[in-house]
Ligand binder design. Structure first.
Ligand SMILES: [Zn+2]
Length: 147
């Protein structure tokens, strides 16, 4: 899902949350739900050895569109991306650490909202497993050669 779609959806959700949760915590949830996608930039820098945020954005736009248009069989051979904040594993870690650092719970919540939204798109284009499990995305990244 595109950042601007996340921003719009999560802004609406956060406005509702304001009735129940203190504004500062709602702000943390909102920022986490949008800036989780920073891991895309990290992947771009790691893969391409380039630092332009604008190029990274455009590259992901093109690559994601290409990936979405592949058949299910072709997708299975594709390396996909390693997005270190996307997946149930980082979510579980955040949740567990939030028992010691309570503020992490709000980051967990923001990440969770974002992952649910991404999962809707991933279900539509049939790559939910990679989206949900970071470990599986890493495995497919190592196993597959097709970029
Ligand atoms: Zn995302």
């Amino acid at each position: 899902m595109l950042p601007k779609q996340h921003i719009i959806i999560n802004l609406i959700i956060c406005l509702i949350l304001l009735f129940f949760i203190q504004p500062i915590y709602v702000l943390i949830i909102f920022l986490s739900s949008v800036f989780i996608d920073f891991d895309h930039y990290l992947y771009y820098v790691f893969e391409k050895k380039r630092f332009s945020l604008k190029s990274a954005y455009n590259w992901f736009l093109i690559e994601t569109t290409k990936f979405h248009n592949l058949s299910v069989e072709e997708k299975k051979k594709h390396r996909y991306f390693i997005l270190i904040f996307h997946g149930l594993e980082p979510l579980i870690l955040l949740y567990l650490f939030s028992f010691y650092i309570p503020i992490l719970f709000f980051i967990f919540f923001g990440f969770l909202m974002h992952l649910i939204e991404d999962s809707i798109i991933a279900t539509k284009f049939k790559y939910l497993k990679r989206k949900l499990f970071l470990s599986y995305a890493i495995y497919m990244h190592i196993k597959n050669k097709v970029k």
